[in-house]
Design a protein around this ligand. Sequence first.
Ligand code: PGA
Length: 247
Amino acid sequence: MKKLIAGNWKMNLTREGVNQLVYDLMQLLPGAPDGGREFLVCPPYVYLDRCAKFFMGSAMAVGAQDCSVHANGAFTGDISADMVRDFGCSHVILGHSERRQFHKETDAVVVAKAAQAHRAGLTAIICVGETEKQREAGQEKAVVQDQILHSLPQGTTAQNVVVAYEPVWAIGTGKTATVDDIKEMHAFIRGCLSETLADYQNIRILYGGSVKPSNAGEIFAVEHVGGALIGGASLKAQDYWGIAQKA
Ligand code: PGA
């Protein structure tokens, strides 16, 4: 299974920074799709058009960080899955812990967004993961199982869904889950997927949370890890590429 190297730029950069990052990435990326890896960046909405044009014909795919639960209409400030697709995107991140935490997104919201993403022809990267408190209480598996059960839409396949396991306490903190934690959780997630999906073996499960060039190798070596969702390190072309080279 090809590893997906997905960068989540979050709410960072301005036009100048985007231009520089794209330029730097283009110097490092292989000219054509490569055998073992797929490359993806998810810029803020306002830079999607620019990035999709810059990366056109390269090995880099472009995705959004969210989309609306609605198809279209009077929803001021929202962006639909069709618009994201129209801008040349192939993927959309949904249910990121920052959306769940700061925008109170529930599994029901995530599943509705994922259904919109599928209708528009996008692959949904659906994020799950426990908080530090939940892990300390020994609830990490129950939490993740519940999120998987309720965040994946009807008609989920390996083509239209990627699961990203991101322990909330490891995001942007410099704390990475241990290799043993990742191994245990990824195997557990595979098991959860097997309960409801025929295609469960082929669904990619990414790891996310303080991935960097120095820890990417050991993370990618873990069974069932199908790539990485990278925040901070994806804002530096050298670090993004350093991680990709470990895949
Ligand atoms: P981080 O973010 O790599 O900065 O920890 C990961 C994410 O939020 O997807």
